[in-house]
Design a binder for this molecule. Structure first.
Ligand code: F3S
Length: 395
C-alpha cells in the first residue's frame, strides 16, 4: 500500500510508539483488503466499550495507548448506564472496570457519549460522501445508506487506530465499485413500525453481506430506516442498502444490475412475529438502536399514565443527550415504573442476562439477544411491547 512520506514516518515510529502501532494496524488491514492508500476520515465511532465484551485484556490495551484522537471520535454503548448502573442491577466490580474503560477512551480525547446512533445527536460527524471509520453495525449501515457516507464495519482496534491516525485504508465500502446493489428486493406489503425490523431480520438472512436495493410500497421514516438497517446488519452482515426514493442512490443509479431478485409479502413478514411469540417474557426492551426523541414521545404516549406490572421490567435505551433533551418525556415514561437507561443497551449490558425472555420490537435485538446476551426473544410491535409490560387498562 502506498504511504506518503508523513505516513511512512508515523509507520516507522517517528511520532511515537502508539501512533506507529495504530498505523501498522491500518496498513495491515489495507494490505489484506488490497487498499491502494489511506484516506482521511471525517469521524470515528468506536465499538469495544462494554467491559462485558472487551474484558481485562481490552481494558489494559486501551489504557496503555498514548496521544489524542486526530478526528472527532465517539463511543458505542457501554455495559451500563454510567450514572444509574445500580438500578440496572450492575455490581460495583463491573461498574469500576466499565468506568475505567470509558476514562481510558476519554484520556485519548474520545467523546464519551456512548451511543449507536451518533447521527441522532451530532449532525457534524457524517455527511454525504464523507469517509468514516465507524464500528457499530447499525450505525455503519445508517451512515452508508441513509446519510450516503462511506464506512467499512470497523472492529474496535481498527476504529481506534483510525481515530488516532485520522485515516483509514481505502477499500470496501469507501469505493464505488463495492457500493453497487447485489439484490433487488420487492416488498409487496404495506409496512408500519416494527414491520421494518421484521423485514430487515428476514432480508439480512437472505442477502448475508450483499447490498440490497428495496422497492417498498410504504415510504419509510428515518426511524424505520434505522430499524431496517440495524436488523439486516445483525441477521446478516449488511453494511449498505438502498430504498428507492428514500435513501441515498447507488453510484450510477441508472445502471442497476442486481444478481438476484427476491419478492417478499405480508405472509413472510408475519412469520417473523409468529415464530417469536411474546409468551413467557419477563422484560420488554425498547431502543435498539437507541431511541430518537420521536420514539421516546411514542413510548410516553402509549404508556399513557399507566403502570408497569410488578413482575415485569420495561427498559428503554437511548443516548444521554437524547434523554437530556426530553426531560418531560423521560419523567412521564419513568412514572410508570419503566426505566430510561442511557449509555448502554440490552445486548451489550450484562444486566439483561438475568432475564429469561425479552420482548422487543427491534429486529436487531431479536437477532442478537439469544446469541450475545443468552436471553430468549419475542417480537412484536411497539404498541404490543408496551401493552405487554403494563398492568392497568387505559383510563
Ligand atoms: Fe445499539 Fe445495542 Fe442495538 S448497540 S443497535 S442498542 S444492540
Amino acid at each position: 500500500m502506498y504511504l506518503s512520506r508523513d505516513e511512512e514516518a508515523v509507520y516507522q515510529g517517528e511520532r511515537g510508539e502508539t501512533l506507529a502501532r495504530m498505523m501498522q494496524i491500518l496498513v495491515a488491514l489495507g494490505d489484506i483488503y488490497g487498499a491502494e492508500r489511506l484516506v482521511t476520515v471525517k469521524s470515528v465511532q468506536i465499538a469495544g466499550v462494554s467491559y462485558k465484551n472487551i474484558g481485562p485484556a481490552g481494558l489494559e490495551w486501551i489504557s496503555r495507548l498514548q496521544g489524542r484522537v486526530a478526528v472527532p471520535s465517539i463511543l458505542n454503548p457501554a455495559g451500563m448506564d454510567l450514572v444509574r448502573w445500580r438500578e440496572m442491577g450492575i455490581d460495583e466490580a463491573f461498574a469500576e472496570r466499565q468506568r475505567a474503560v470509558v476514562q481510558a477512551y476519554e484520556r485519548l480525547g474520545v467523546c464519551i457519549d456512548c451511543t449507536c446512533t451518533p447521527y441522532q445527536i451530532y449532525d457534524s460527524l457524517a455527511g454525504r460522501g464523507d469517509h468514516l471509520a465507524w464500528s457499530e453495525s447499525s450505525a455503519v449501515s445508517y451512515a452508508n445508506s441513509v446519510i450516503g457516507a462511506r464506512s467499512n464495519r470497523e472492529g474496535g482496534p481498527s476504529a481506534l487506530a483510525a481515530a488516532l491516525v485520522g485515516k483509514t485504508a481505502l477499500y470496501g465500502y469507501h469505493l464505488d465499485e463495492n457500493r453497487m446493489p447485489t439484490h433487488l428486493i420487492d416488498v409487496q406489503a404495506d409496512l408500519m413500525g416494527s414491520d421494518f425490523g421484521a423485514l430487515g431480520f428476514l432480508a439480512g438472512g437472505m442477502v448475508k453481506d450483499g447490498v440490497p436495493f428495496f422497492r417498498l410500497r410504504s415510504a419509510p421514516g428515518r426511524d424505520d430506516l434505522k430499524a431496517l438497517g440495524a436488523a439486516m446488519a445483525a441477521s446478516g452482515s449488511v453494511a449498505l442498502y438502498y430504498v428507492q426514493d428514500a435513501t441515498a442512490a447507488p453510484p450510477g443509479s441508472n445502471n442497476l444490475h442486481p444478481q438476484e431478485k427476491i419478492t417478499l409479502g405480508r405472509a413472510e413478514i408475519d412469520q417473523v412475529y409468529e415464530q417469536h411469540p411474546a409468551e413467557g417474557c419477563d422484560a420488554v426492551a425498547i431502543g435498539c438502536p437507541h431511541c430518537s426523541g420521536e420514539e421516546l414521545e411514542r413510548v410516553a404516549r402509549l404508556i399513557g399514565g399507566r403502570k408497569v406490572k410488578a413482575k415485569m421490567k420495561l427498559w428503554i435505551c437511548t443516548a444521554r443527550k437524547v434523554a437530556d433533551a426530553h426531560p418531560a418525556l423521560v419523567a412521564a415514561i419513568e412514572e410508570s415504573g419503566a426505566r430510561v437507561f442511557c449509555d448502554t443497551c440490552m445486548v451489550v449490558s450484562p444486566a439483561t442476562e438475568r432475564f429469561s425472555k425479552m420482548l422487543t420490537c427491534s429486529g436487531k435485538a431479536l437477532a442478537y439477544l439469544p446469541g450475545l446476551a443468552g436471553v430468549k426473544a419475542g417480537y412484536c410491535s411497539l404498541e404490543d411491547c408496551i401493552e405487554a409490560a403494563l398492568v392497568e387498562e387505559r383510563q
